[in-house]
Ligand binder design. Structure first.
Ligand SMILES: *Cc1c(COP(=O)(O)O)cnc(C)c1O
Length: 484
């Protein structure tokens, strides 16, 4: 029997249908189980001891292992009370699209085939969604880390039209960029990976609302220019990861224009707020950016992974990334036609069919319903913030701009940083809810990011009530829960 196809297609088909049914059941009932549970040592050890298989294992046995050792111990981000970091909840529609995409096994580096047109379509839709011209270029990537990286490379190559720097490197040029202190760590990482060095990323102080201080930015750019450095980019964040704050995007667009800087927006999750009529005005100015990085896998609920970078001016992205290797040469017709290819717009040559799940997600729900999810998440966050403020033993640590609530339990005479850190672990291990932590104004905060389309106010209530129970247990006394 040649090749790897199954000997018994009927048996494989039956098992495949069972897998599909059981996973759909699992998604449908996700809220009835724990958010997360620690993986037992025996299960973990099973993976650590497993040796490279040299012989066949039946798919039935593998699926059994998956069902017992993987499914129950996943991150939990599909669950309505997962509130940690910024994770999307996924949808069964997106899951089915992944199944179809894997069946086609398409490679979207390039060439002339329908999957490429699907990606072109969703990139064009993304541009429309975010207020960019339809002529903007873009590419789907793993996530905003990669999208921000591609944008920083594109911005730096735009300084001299790309060509010289691509062959000669920086050659002594001292390019510097700017991002608020609250910018995501992947921006500094992009500077690192691009060879610019993290010191070339100037960290601009923020105001009391965690937004970039424009006066400070002005001074820093002027001082750098005076010192002979070459400012090239300013990064604004639409929805910071710690508190959900939004940098003054219109002021940044004006400033970048006046100073001839590339204006990039990291809108990893926040860019999606543009789909909510109520929250869209808060993002005004974002549509003037030279480039945007954002994720479909966070607030847009597409299954992991699906990030996207958009570049306003046609040609800029290709100027930064396109290569002309003979064996990749483009033809006028046949399968090697259809340039430019997606491999011209980023570092990846072989690429999967992420575009299908993005298409199915955007089209299954439409942007109005997805915008409704954004509004709903923000409403849950507002509800949670209101409850925090009405509870004497709790303290709200940052304004709630979008969907992130930073707060903590006040317990005088205890180490509050340790207490709050331990409480988050208690809560995660309880299986009831999973917020995460961050540092706000030097204080350890409990951070609830409402990103999941399944989360409702009752979930925020249960998270908070359980947290207070756990705090009382840990402290050994009752807490003042209601204002009189
Ligand atoms: C999540 C996030 C990133 C990183 O995106 P990934 O998709 O995880 O790579 C960057 N910036 C912000 C503001 C984020 O929230």
């Amino acid at each position: 029997m040649a090749g790897l196809d199954p000997e018994n297609w009927d048996a494989l088909r039956a098992l495949g249908h069972r897998m599909l049914d059981e996973m759909l059941d699992n998604v449908q009932n996700v809220a009835s189980g724990p958010v997360w549970q620690p993986m037992p040592d025996t299960v973990r050890q099973g993976f650590r001891d497993a040796e490279l298989p040299t012989q066949e294992t039946s798919l039935t046995a593998l699926y059994d292992q998956f069902s017992h050792s993987v499914t129950p111990y996943a991150t939990g981000n599909r669950h309505p009370r997962f509130m940690g970091w910024v994770h999307g909840g996924g949808t069964p529609q997106g899951m089915l699209a992944e199944l179809l995409a894997a069946g086609l096994n398409a490679n979207l580096g390039g060439r002339d085939h329908a999957p490429i047109e699907v990606e072109r379509m969703v990139v064009r839709w993304a541009a429309t969604m975010l207020g960019f011209p339809e002529t903007a270029t873009g590419v789907l990537v793993t996530g905003s880390s990669m999208a921000n990286f591609i944008a920083m490379i594109t911005a730096s190559r735009a300084v001299d039209g790309g060509l010289e720097m691509r062959s000669a490197g920086l050659a002594g040029r001292k390019l510097v960029g700017y991002a608020a202190q609250t910018a995501h760590g992947c921006i500094a990482r992009a500077f690192d990976m691009a060879g610019l060095g993290t010191q070339a990323l100037r960290r601009v102080p923020v105001d009391a609302d965690f937004r970039m201080d424009m006066a400070a930015l002005r001074q820093m750019v002027a001082a750098d220019r005076a010192a002979g450095l070459e400012p090239f980019v300013v990064v604004g964040t639409a929805g910071t990861v710690d508190t959900g704050s939004i940098d003054p995007l219109t002021a940044l667009a004006d400033f970048a224009e006046a100073e001839n800087l590339w204006f990039h927006v990291d809108g990893a999750f926040g860019a999606m707020a543009r789909l909510s009529p109520h929250y869209a005005p808060a993002l005004a100015g974002m549509e003037r950016a030279n480039s945007i990085a954002f994720d479909f896998h966070k607030w847009a609920q597409t299954p992991y992974d699906a990030g996207c970078v958009l570049v306003r001016e046609p040609g800029r992205q290709a100027a930064a990334f396109a290569q002309s290797l003979a064996y990749l040469s483009r033809e006028d017709r046949g399968l090697a036609a259809g340039a430019p290819w997606f491999c011209d717009l980023g570092p990846d040559l072989s690429r999967g069919f992420r575009a299908l799940k993005v298409w199915f997600t955007l089209a299954s729900f439409g942007t109005e319903r997805l915008g409704g999810v954004v509004s709903q998440c923000c409403a849950v966050a507002q509800h949670l913030a209101t409850r925090v403020q009405a509870t004497p033993c709790l303290e709200l640590l940052a304004p709630v701009t979008l969907n992130i609530v930073c707060f903590r339990v006040i317990a005088p005479d205890t180490d509050e940083d340790t207490l709050n850190g331990e409480l988050v672990k208690d809560l995660q291990e309880s299986g009831v809810a999973a917020p995460s932590t961050t540092i706000v104004h030097g204080k350890r905060a409990i951070r609830a990011a409402i990103v999941n389309h399944r989360t409702v106010e009752a979930d925020a209530d249960l998270m908070l009530d359980t947290l207070l129970d756990l705090a009382e247990k840990r402290l050994g006394h009752t807490l003042e829960r209601q204002t009189a």
